[in-house]
Ligand binder design. Structure first.
Ligand SMILES: NC(=O)c1ccc[n+]([C@@H]2O[C@H](COP(=O)([O-])OP(=O)(O)OC[C@H]3O[C@@H](n4cnc5c(N)ncnc54)[C@H](O)[C@@H]3O)[C@@H](O)[C@H]2O)c1
Length: 420
């Protein structure tokens, strides 16, 4: 890993150039090292244990599964209470009484909640198809917002959210909590500082073995509870799972993708759902770089993991850890067929052993934390509101992944590459 100390202590720009990237100039890399260190210093401030414990009153729109998980996380931050909740499904209010010990005002219309002037921030954790309406209304009424990913269901809504957050001068953080994982931050910083050379290819798998269905007490609630399975509310696996990986790819590449190509099908669960259960996607970035993503729902071997491939090594990221692998010194050589000067060298005659994947456990990134990234992300949001600091996962970050999700879904339906 190239640290600022090494950089200042005489690791010259030329050495850096040759040791990390064939295309990046020494000064560009120096600037990247500095930018990466500044980002880490800023992130450390946001993620650190809260010093303030001043009262911080929150409301929530959409107190379902994720909403309640977020509330549990927010309540760990000193001073935070949740005092108001809006939902269209009354069972959620009963469930909330088990999560919050104080009285929580209930609203069946979110606009009533937004009329309150005593809230320091509002959480939006409704189905994706409603994010545009709910986040925009919350921002326009002057509230700070922690809004779940994906930022919005359409490009127009996503762009309107970016504008509204800027015009209202409020804090808006998108639920890309992996930006707040200490092991992922540490690993990505090392990649940005050149440890595995230039990364041109990232692969993400989010493979599960379950049907993605939730039990429904009565059929009239099917679409409300299983909204992920219907186009009206959902952009499918690319949105629900892939958006987190897209966000990490954007972060690593330091850019948003320029084009999306995706393909999907309902392969396994022919149960009336509309969103695909088997999806693959290719996102293209400048310089020919690519992120490929696969999500299937009937085999969990690959689980949830990302692989970053660089000219000098690879990085494996999971929900719990990160490991580096370094390219073997051995060079793959063609094997001559025949003897002497008549020997024929063909690309089909490589020695099989040199084409085998290299295995082993890799070198783990040594960052010890038992903390869930959502805990860090929610704590960081409260810090940002209290101090007026721009969140790490701000509207710009949210827009980057949202645009890719939306365009990849267009590609999936239109069966052609779509410019982003
Ligand atoms: N960041 C993450 O890792 C993560 C994880 C899970 C879910 N999510 C996101 O959180 C959001 C919610 O997902 P979920 O699994 O909690 O869904 P959910 O169905 O469990 O919860 C959504 C809630 O919104 C309510 N709702 C629906 N329409 C409403 C309306 N018009 N007004 C008010 N409330 C309404 C529903 O009744 C429900 O209680 C989604 O955008 C999802 O992508 C993010």
């Amino acid at each position: 890993m190239i640290t600022r100390r090494m950089f200042n202590q005489g690791l010259t720009a030329a050495a850096l150039y040759s040791s990390t990237s064939a295309t990046m100039t020494g000064s560009a890399l120096g600037a990247e090292v500095q930018a990466s260190e500044r980002a880490e210093a800023e992130a450390a401030k946001q993620i650190a244990p809260a010093k303030a414990s001043t009262p911080f009153r929150m409301g929530i729109i959409g107190a379902g599964s994720r909403g309640q998980e977020l509330i549990r996380s927010f309540l760990r931050v000193p001073g935070v209470s949740v005092v108001a909740a809006a939902d269209v499904y009354p069972l959620r209010f009963q469930q909330l009484s088990r999560v919050c010990t104080n009285d929580v005002a209930h609203y069946d219309d979110y606009r009533k909640l937004l009329e309150r002037k005593d809230l320091d921030a509002v959480i939006v954790a409704t189905p994706l198809g409603l994010h545009g309406e709910h986040v925009l209304a919350a921002l326009k009424s002057g509230h700070n917002v922690y809004g779940e990913k994906v930022m919005a269901y359409t490009v127009e809504q996503a762009q309107a959210i970016v504008s509204a957050a800027g015009e209202q001068k409020v804090i808006y953080q998108v639920g890309h909590q992996y930006r707040y994982s200490p092991w992922i931050r540490a690993a990505v910083a090392r990649v940005q500082q050149g440890e595995i050379g230039e990364v041109t290819h990232i692969a993400g798998y989010w493979h599960r073995n379950n049907d993605w269905r939730r039990p429904v007490p009565e059929s009239s609630l099917e679409r409300l509870i299983n909204w992920r399975l219907y186009h009206q509310w959902s952009l499918g696996l690319i949105a629900e799972l892939g958006s987190h990986h897209i966000d990490i790819a954007n972060w690593v590449f330091g850019a948003n993708p320029e084009a999306a190509m995706a393909s999907g099908s309902i392969c396994r669960y022919h149960d009336g759902r509309e969103t695909d259960d088997n999806v693959q996607m290719v996102l293209s970035y400048s310089g020919g770089r690519r992120f490929i993503f696969s999500s299937v729902t009937d085999n969990a071997k690959m689980g949830d993991q990302l692989w970053l491939y660089g000219s000098k090594g690879s990085l494996n990221l999971t929900l719990e850890d990160a490991s580096f692998f370094y390219e073997p010194k051995k060079i793959t050589r063609a094997v001559p067929v025949g003897n002497g000067k008549d020997a024929l060298v063909t690309s089909a005659s490589y020695a099989p052993s040199s084409e085998m994947p290299y295995r082993g456990a890799g070198k783990p990134v040594d960052v010890m934390t038992a903390e869930d990234p959502t805990t860090a992300a929610t704590r960081a949001f409260v810090y940002c509101v209290r101090t007026g600091t721009k969140p790490i996962s701000d509207a710009r970050v949210g827009l980057g992944s949202a645009m890719a999700v939306i365009r990849a879904n267009e590609s999936l339906r239109g069966r052609a590459e779509v410019k982003i």
